[in-house]
Design a protein around this ligand. Structure first.
Ligand code: NAI
Ligand SMILES: O=C(O)C1=N[C@H](C(=O)O)C[C@H](O)C1
Length: 281
């Protein structure tokens, strides 16, 4: 316990929170779960977070109250819950990993403000495969930007029926990065679904299509359509552990950096954590 990172999970009773608790408990050399925060009205309040996650008890109960001695917070909650979490971390100088998607522009600005005093990793996908695919999508876009006849780029995402936001934060991030690589004038248009008499597709748009089916833990397909051929870049999770493991890697990176020292205040992302911040775009 003495050398482990004391971790509080915000949204601990949720689908993702449970997997973070379970993987952190499995990695007992690095982590001790000391806090399992969730909404005061959650039916699991009072139960041990390990039991809720389907593992042995971890000696931290699901609770709306924050414990006093925390090294770092991982958040997988809801946009309506994030402001309180950020305020708590700033007030207690706790480093923070934010994975919640669907944040408003003002919430994104609050994160940037908070990052002036605490280190924050914020990313719509903590998955290694997704972040690698984002770099690949940027490279494919740059390579095809001036192809004869043009390239049409569309982003399809599939998620479980319980997902609250659409399109996914990951799809929007793919679109943002691809838009930068398109470097278009006039600026790129982000088109969400199509219906009715839309007219012909323009060259400077990116289309988004959100599919909600069953228990899909997350899948993104980037279609690069040309005249005569196409590329489809597909990245799919088999379960939620890719995201939970990524969030724990981000927490370790914030606490220990690459050289064992804690990261200074700042707003970081998974490219930073994975050493891909300067990867060729
Ligand atoms: N960045 C990434 O890699 C990933 C991000 N996500 C995002 O994480 C978020 C959570 O996803 P899920 O676990 O599937 O959702 P979920 O709905 O299963 O879990 C959310 C949890 O937050 C809790 N919560 C609500 N209000 C709260 C409050 N005021 N204080 C504390 N907890 C509160 C809920 O009771 C629930 O237990 C979503 O925004 C999702 O898009 C999900 C997977 C991967
Ligand atoms: O809600 C989810 O499940 C997921 N949400 C994230 C997003 O919106 O991009 C990441 C992942 O795709 C799973």
């Amino acid at each position: 316990m003495s050398n482990t990172i004391k971790l509080a999970v915000h949204g601990a009773a949720g689908r993702m929170g449970q997997r973070v608790v379970a993987l952190a408990a499995e990695d007992g050399e690095n982590f001790t779960v000391v806090g399992a925060i969730d909404h005061a009205h959650h039916p699991k309040v009072g139960q041990d977070a390990g039991t809720v996650a389907g593992i042995a008890p971890v000696d931290a109960s699901i609770s709306p109250d924050w414990p006093s001695d925390v090294d770092i917070v991982i958040d997988f909650s809801l946009p309506e819950a994030i402001d309180g979490c950020v305020a708590h971390c700033v007030a207690h100088a706790s480093p923070l990993v934010v994975a919640t998607t669907g944040l408003s522009e003002s919430q994104k600005q609050s994160l940037a403000n908070a990052a002036q005093s605490i280190p924050i990793v914020w990313a719509p996908s903590m998955s290694l495969a997704v972040n690698l695919s984002m770099r690949m999508a940027q490279q494919i876009t740059s390579a095809l930007r001036d192809v004869a006849g043009g390239v049409d780029i569309e982003i399809l995402e599939r998620h479980h029926r319980f997902k609250a936001d659409a399109p996914s934060g990951t799809a929007l991030k793919f679109g943002e990065l691809i838009g930068e690589a398109m470097d278009e004038a006039p600026p790129v248009m982000h088109v969400h679904g199509r219906e009715g008499h839309t007219g012909q597709r323009t060259r400077n748009e990116i289309g988004y299509h959100a599919i909600r089916v069953g228990d899909n833990p997350g899948e993104h397909t980037i279609v690069f359509g040309m005249l005569g051929e196409r590329i489809e870049l597909n990245v799919a999770a088999s379960n939620r552990d890719c995201y939970a493991a990524g969030a724990l890697a981000a927490a370790k990176w914030l606490m220990r950096g690459q050289d064992g020292k804690p990261m200074p205040a700042g707003l970081y992302n998974m490219f930073d954590v994975l050493g891909m911040a300067d990867a060729a775009k």
